[in-house]
Structure formats: C-alpha cells, structure tokens
Design a protein around this ligand. Structure first.
Ligand SMILES: *Cc1c(COP(=O)(O)O)cnc(C)c1O
Length: 423
C-alpha cells in the first residue's frame, strides 16, 4: 500500500514539475521518493506517515538552531500579529543590518533581499557596475544560486542532475563566466594574466559546500585576495551556507580574510526567505537609490523574515560554536570508522557543524575528485539510513548539517544505523 507521502508525491507530480519546488528534494538520483514533512522540532522531522527522523539536512542549512526554536517562533508570531508586509521600512531591518555589520568586519553596509540567489546576482551586478568590467571568475562545482551567469559548471542540484549548464541560459550570458577548478590558484592566476583588466570579480564559496564539503587548501583564499586586489577586481565571498555557520563571523572570520563583498542567505533568515549582500561602504553606496546600480524587492526586509533572522542571530551570538564543532568532528570520525570497517572506500570530511561522507579513498580537493566517488555506494547508504530514520541529503554532492539542537543520542542513533547498513 502506498504511504501518504507517496500519494502526495503522485498528486504533486501532476501539479508541480517533478512534484517539487526545488529539484534535489525529489530524491530522483537516489531512486527514492521524498518524505512529505508534517512538522519539525529541534533536530527531528516528522513526516505525514508519522515517521520520525534525525534531521541532518536542516532545510539545507538555515535551521542551525533546530526546528521550531521557541524564541524564533515567538518572534515570527509576534511580528505576524503586527502585519506581514508594509512595503515601507521597519525597525527590525535596521537592527538586523547592524547585527550583521557588527558580526563581520568586512561588511560596512548591507542590503536585504529574499534569497541567496538574489544576493549573489545582485552582488555580481554591483561588482560589474562598480568596476565597469564584465567578466566573472567562478569555480567548478561551486553553487551560487540559479541566476543565469552562475549556471556554468555549478554544484548542488546542477551537479546532482549532471546538467552541464542549462537550456534557457543564452551562451552570451555565460560567455563572461570564466571557470577555474576549486583550490587551483594557478588556474586563477592564468585567467588574470589573460583577462585581468576585464575581470569584475571572483566569486567563491570560502568553504565549498555544494559539491559535498571541500575546505580551501592553505593559501587558496589568501591567494584569491592577493590576485584580485592587485588587478582591481572584487573578491566576493558567497557565505550563503558558511555565514553564521563556520563561525559567528562566517568563513572570513575563521580564515582571517577580508573580501570586498559578501553574500548571505539560509541562516540569516532563521528559516524564512532572506538573503543579503554587503561589504565595503564605498562599493555598497553604488546601489540605488544612493547610487546608479539598480536593485529592488517588494518583500525585501519583510518584517516576519527580519524578526526570524534577528531572533536567530541574537541566540547564535552567544552559542558555543567550538563545542558544536568538536561534537560534529567526533561524530564524523566515528562514522568514518564504522563505514571503513565494512570495507568500503570512505573518507568523511568535516569542518564546523558540517560533514560529508565521500565514498572514495583518493584525496578530494575539487569537483573532479568528487565526481570520482562511488555513487552506487552513496545510494545504498542513503536509502538504508533513511529507512532507519536518519535523514540525509539525497545527493552525494550535498553537505550534512548539524544544529545546536542535536543531542548525543541523535549521533548515537545515526552511528547505530550506519553499523547496520549492508553494502
Ligand atoms: C543555497 C545557496 C545559494 C542560493 O540560495 P537560495 O536561497 O537557494 O537562492 C547560493 N550560494 C550558496 C553557497 C548556497 O549554498
């Protein structure tokens, strides 16, 4: 008999392309169907069939405090009672902007938008408007949302579905997107030697988290900072995942690098649709209405979304990131040894509250390495973990997420489940 999730998915496929509103959710490439979620609490999700899961997806990153965190919920409910949108400024926009600026020294001014995609596409427009140049350097396997110029060799769903670019993006739009392998500073230097005076910006995930989890090799981010500065190009850190996760000051706080512009999403909205971009004031002042680079949004700075983001950051400010990192690392290492005992090639990457099991024994520093991993082993692992109530991202190109709400018992349950996986 079909489960309620299967019934709903069958209906959804008649009404919504692929049955989902964002591709990876379809669980297509792991030959599964999605669980429809009824509710979440802390580190747990409950589906419409009454099954409970330990959630290591966390809405793909935002829910670092866990689901339905009480302070965040109260802030949203209180805000909703005062009206859900004004199309005029509200006080929380100022307060949240100040919080972001206080958290990250490189951010002197910030503009709120509604998603990570909007943040990166707006930051790119600003970089082009500010420099008067058109070219962009992006790294293969990095994902910066679904705006046209970034859909060349992207990670996340684009990688999951092996979409080389995508129909609908004219060649001319990606003609200005120059590609380099992640962690390959030499390749970037060569692009700058050839095209330097035309390059507006380099955009990078300072820790790549959309091709699984690939940290920067020592010197990579420093090198990007140096080469962009010396050629008059801007360095954009896409911290949509890493912002408020790698540390309260993001990846830039952790690695001590000062980008010109930074993009945010996910955590900054506490589970509501928020993105933001910010950086040097002299650059940000080029945004309309102060400057000439147009950018706008009917729901930008939405009072509910600002309230959720603000409540989230207030809590995160005093959270112990080091302790969460230590617990995540301990879990990741245990997971690695459990799987290694089964004789499969495995390495578990981990940093801060993120982890990715790669079914490969070769070192992984770029997207080509990630592609060498064994997809069939991943699928077996994913399906059997899910059957046992462990909710992982349904793709080998995504990153496992841990929240401050995860308990030792959650980790123990995941490890017990991993022990029972049969490859
Ligand atoms: C998720 C993500 C985006 C896109 O954000 P959306 O809110 O999904 O539009 C951009 N950049 C990175 C690094 C991301 O992980």
């Amino acid at each position: 008999m079909a489960s309620r999730s299967e019934e709903l998915f069958a209906q959804a496929r008649e009404l919504i392309p692929g049955g989902v509103n964002s591709p990876v959710r379809a669980c297509h490439n792991v030959h599964s169907t999605p669980a429809f979620i009824a509710r979440g609490k802390g580190s747990h999700l409950f589906d419409v069939d009454g099954r409970e899961y330990v959630d290591f997806v966390l809405s793909w990153g935002p829910m670092i405090l866990g689901h339905a965190q009480e302070d965040v919920t109260r802030a949203v409910v209180d805000a909703a009672a005062r009206g859900t949108s004004y199309g005029a400024p509200c006080e929380d926009e100022v307060t949240l902007a100040r919080k972001v600026i206080e958290a990250l020294p490189s951010v002197e001014m910030v503009r709120m938008v509604n998603s990570g995609t909007e943040a990166t596409m707006s930051a790119l427009r600003l970089a082009r408007g500010y420099t008067g140049r058109s070219k962009l350097v992006k790294f293969v396997g990095c994902y910066h949302g679904h705006a046209d110029p970034f859909l060349a060799a992207a990670g996340s769903g684009v990688a999951t579905f092996s979409i080389p670019g995508t129909p609908g993006v004219p060649d001319v739009v990606v003609a200005d997107t120059l590609l380099a392998p992640y962690n390959d500073l030499e390749a970037v230097r060569e692009l700058f030697a050839r095209e330097g005076e035309n390059i507006a910006a380099v955009i990078v995930e300072p820790v790549a988290a959309n091709m699984g989890l690939v940290p920067p090799v020592p010197g990579f981010l420093e090198g990007l900072r140096e080469v962009t500065a010396s050629c008059g190009a801007l360095l954009i850190f896409d911290e949509v995942i890493t912002g408020f996760r790698l540390s309260y000051a993001g990846a830039q706080g952790r690695y001590g690098i000062t980008p010109d512009l930074t993009t945010f999403g996910k955590i900054i909205g506490g589970g509501l649709p928020v993105g933001a971009f910010g950086g040097r004031a002299d650059i940000m002042r080029h945004i309309a209405p102060e400057g000439e680079v147009y950018q706008a949004g009917t729901l930008s700075g939405n009072p509910l979304a600002m309230a959720a983001g603000l409540a989230t950051l207030k809590l995160l400010e005093v959270c112990d990131y080091d302790a969460l990192e230590a617990r995540t690392a301990a879990f990741a290492h245990e997971l690695e040894s459990v799987l290694r005992e089964k004789g499969v090639p495995i390495q578990v990457h981990t940093i801060a509250s993120m982890f990715t099991p790669y079914f490969s024994s070769k070192p992984i520093t770029c997207f080509a390495d990630v592609q060498g991993c064994d997809q069939a082993l991943f699928e077996t692992f994913y399906r059997q973990m899910r059957e046992q109530g462990i909710y992982l991202a349904p793709s080998a190109f995504e990153t496992g997420m841990v929240s401050f709400a995860h308990t030792d018992e959650d980790f123990a349950r995941a490890l017990e489940a991993a022990k029972k996986v049969v490859f």
